[in-house]
Design a protein around this ligand. Structure first.
Ligand SMILES: Nc1ncnc2c1ncn2[C@@H]1O[C@H](COP(=O)(O)OP(=O)(O)OP(=O)(O)O)[C@@H](O)[C@H]1O
Length: 692
């Protein structure tokens, strides 16, 4: 067997362990086995701890020593030694070392396997022991030397072989070491990889743990949410179930109701059938009625136009009646006794109202002088357009005055002035017994104490609204003036005390007072606001006769402008409501020696006598052609367009019922009687278009 063959044969043993890779000559093994009779132990069976890598050199030299000792002792038998030398040491199987001589050459021991001999060498037979019987000494020596040589030569060859094996073993050891280092390197590398893998695995594990915990948290959240939603859904489901059951119950009811309704429906259908017939009959009736209605509408249109004509006629007739009755009219009103009167009812004057039916007469019983000069009681009878007794209400008085308000809307200048001594009831008749408030302003008729002004204003607006349907549109504006000591104060001016000098101008039938405020009146409430403001500014002074005695004339002027888009009529007229100052004579005014009071009384007397003169002049002049002394006083000059032929005038004579005022009452009655007997010319409608 060649060395290469032996190497190939050792391959399986090397694969079992790194240490078993050390090659052991097969021939030597076989030799050792054969000589010892013991089984050759494989590297694998000996174990890795006693690896052959440490053995060859030492074991071989040890064997050599044994062999040398045997040869030197001259013993011809080596079987015992060889048996002992083949005893396993450390579990490693080695080839039995050949015996060597003194030259350290190997000697033949036992049988040398032919395979272990060098080429060309002949294997000798079995070595005999020294004690065996021989034929001659010489031949035996020669044989021994031959044998020895043969052994030596064999030892030499075995030594070569051993060296060769040793070198090869060294190479293999070196390779094995190298390979081991590589393997160790690999192992280290693998261990590092493993470590890295472990670290990676640890990190991944940690990451996985972290993710797991996050996932667990999320799972918990999702689970709780899910549970919550589940609960809600369960509740909803429960509700839905209850709803469904309720709906089912309702459905059952509805079904029953439906059945009932169906039967009713059938009954109704029958009814409808019969009613359809009725409807057809009614439709015929409707057509008849529609025809009748059309006829009525035509009649209504016709009647409306007739009504308009009748309205125009009414206006005409109304004014004709006024003309017949005279354009200046006089009403007398006796006030009741009030708490301010000095004495009780025993001090009342003897006043009678003879013609109850006509209610136009008043009779006073007063002391007078007879023709012979003796003082006797006399009856003084006066007849006016109307006489109001003390119990007459404000509403009754207004009823008689209301037609004048209508005249303003018809386009006639109208003047109502209250005349009478201080405290006789002028302000009460014109303004009323209570302070004007916004609550009563909206409906003065609801307040029994409301005077002519609030009632007239309310009626103006109401009539204007009624005339709206007949095509009339009205605008109102107001002015509040006071004549005090012949001067004019604007009661609606900005200054608390009006110091401006005002001029009165008459232009194209209109009266203008310079530098005064004219306020547009859009509602009765606005009028009452103005009246309240004016009242607070009005000059008043306490006199002996009346604690609220007014020492000035107050003039409230409402200008009314109307336009009728249907009839193209227009009007522009003024309603003047004048509260005159007390008419008492100078001696009764209580002015005494007070020059201011004296001047007040003189101015008042002057203006009132001018008024009487103007009225008298109007009565005397024919068709207003004579001279009328309007300029004699501020009052008459201011009322120029409201007194006379183009206007309607009402004098309201206020009388006190008290006996102590009897003489003043007689004076007032005489003055009013004179006015009443005056026939002032025909009133003319003021044309709105030309007046502006
Ligand atoms: N018809 C009446 N019914 C009840 N009280 C009345 C009537 N007329 C007047 N009076 C009362 O008599 C008093 C005097 O009336 P009023 O102030 O109106 O007089 P006057 O003539 O305006 O006085 P002056 O000239 O001072 O203004 C007031 O207290 C008033 O309330």
């Amino acid at each position: 067997m060649s060395s290469s063959d032996s190497t190939m044969a050792e391959q399986p043993a090397r694969s079992s362990s790194s240490l078993s890779n050390i090659p052991v000559p097969q021939a030597a093994r076989r030799e050792a086995k054969a000589s010892s009779g013991l089984p050759t132990r494989t590297a694998a069976s000996n174990g890795a701890s006693s690896g052959p890598s440490r053995l060859p050199a030492k074991s071989a030299s040890k064997a050599n020593v044994v062999l040398r000792a045997t040869v030197a002792s001259g013993s011809g038998s080596v079987s015992g030694s060889s048996r002992a030398s083949t005893k396993p040491t450390g579990g490693l199987t080695l080839p039995r070392a050949p015996m060597v001589n003194r030259t350290n050459r190997p000697v033949a021991v036992g049988r040398v396997p032919s395979g272990m001999l060098p080429k060309g060498k002949v294997a000798v037979g079995p070595i005999r022991s020294a004690g065996s019987p021989g034929r001659g000494r010489i031949s035996q020596d020669s044989n021994d030397s031959g044998r020895m040589e043969a052994i030596e030569s064999r030892m030499t060859s075995m030594q070569d072989l051993f060296d060769m094996e040793r070198r090869r073993t060294d190479d293999m050891m070196a390779r094995a070491m190298k390979e081991r280092e590589m393997q160790e390197e690999k192992v280290r590398q693998l261990e590092e990889d493993l470590l890295e893998q472990r670290r990676l695995a640890t990190r991944r594990k940690e990451e996985a743990t972290r993710r797991k915990s996050i996932a667990e948290d999320e799972l918990q959240v999702i689970t709780s949410k899910h549970n919550r939603e589940k609960r809600m859904l369960e509740e909803e489901l429960e509700q839905e179930r209850s709803t469904v059951s309720a709906l089912k119950a309702t459905l059952a009811q509805q079904s029953t109701a439906h059945l009932t309704m169906e039967s009713q429906h059938a009954a109704l259908r029958t009814q409808i059938g019969s009613q359809k017939d009725e409807i057809q009959g009614l439709q015929g009736r409707i057509q008849e009625l529609e025809a009748a209605n059309r006829l009525l509408q035509n009649t209504s249109l016709h009647l409306e136009s007739e009504l308009r004509e009748a309205e125009s006629l009414r206006r005409k007739l109304h004014n004709e009646v006024q003309e017949l009755r005279g354009n200046i009219r006089v009403f007398a009103r006796v006030r009741p006794s009030v708490k301010n009167d000095a004495n009780n009812s025993t001090s009342l004057a003897s006043i009678r109202f003879p013609n109850e039916r006509e209610a136009n007469q008043i009779e006073l019983l007063a002391m007078g002088e007879s023709a012979t000069g003796t003082a006797t009681m006399r009856n003084h009878l006066f007849t006016f357009d109307r006489v109001f007794q003390p119990h007459t209400s404000q509403a009754d008085v207004f009823e008689e005055v209301a037609h004048l308000t209508q005249s303003v809307l018809d386009g006639y200048n109208t003047c109502i002035f209250a005349y009478g001594q201080t405290g006789s009831g002028k302000t009460h008749t014109l303004e009323g017994g209570t302070e004007l408030s916004l609550s009563t302003a909206s409906d003065p008729s609801s307040d029994p104490h409301a005077g002519l002004i609030p009632r007239a204003v309310q009626m103006l607006w109401k009539t204007a609204e009624d005339l709206h349907d007949k095509g009339w549109r009205y605008d109102f504006e107001g002015q509040m003036l006071e004549i005090y000591n012949e001067g004019i104060n604007d009661l609606l001016g900005k200054a608390e005390v009006d110091t401006a000098k005002h001029e009165i101008k008459h232009e194209k039938g209109r009266t203008i007072v310079t530098d005064t405020v004219v306020v547009p009146l859009d509602s009765p409430a606005k009028v009452f606001q103005l009246l309240a403001k004016a009242k607070s500014r009005r000059q008043t002074a306490s006199t002996l006769m009346n604690e609220r005695s007014s020492r000035s004339h107050s003039v409230f002027i409402v200008r009314v402008r109307g336009q009728n888009a249907t009839t193209l009529e227009s009007c522009d007229a003024v309603l003047s409501l004048v509260d005159l100052a007390g008419s008492e004579r100078l001696s009764n005014s209580g002015s005494g020696s007070d020059p201011a009071r004296l001047k007040e009384a003189q101015c008042i007397n002057k203006s009132l006598s001018s008024l009487a003169d103007v009225i008298a002049a109007l009565g005397n002049s024919k068709q207003g052609q004579g001279h009328v002394p309007y300029r004699n006083s501020t009052l008459t000059w201011l009322l120029k367009n409201s007194l006379g032929g183009n206007s309607k005038t009402l004098m309201l004579l206020a009388l006190s019922p008290m006996a102590e005022h009897l003489n003043e009452s007689l004076c007032s009655l005489r003055f009013a009687s004179k006015v009443n007997s005056t026939v002032i010319g025909t009133a003319k409608k003021v044309k709105g278009a030309s007046s502006d």
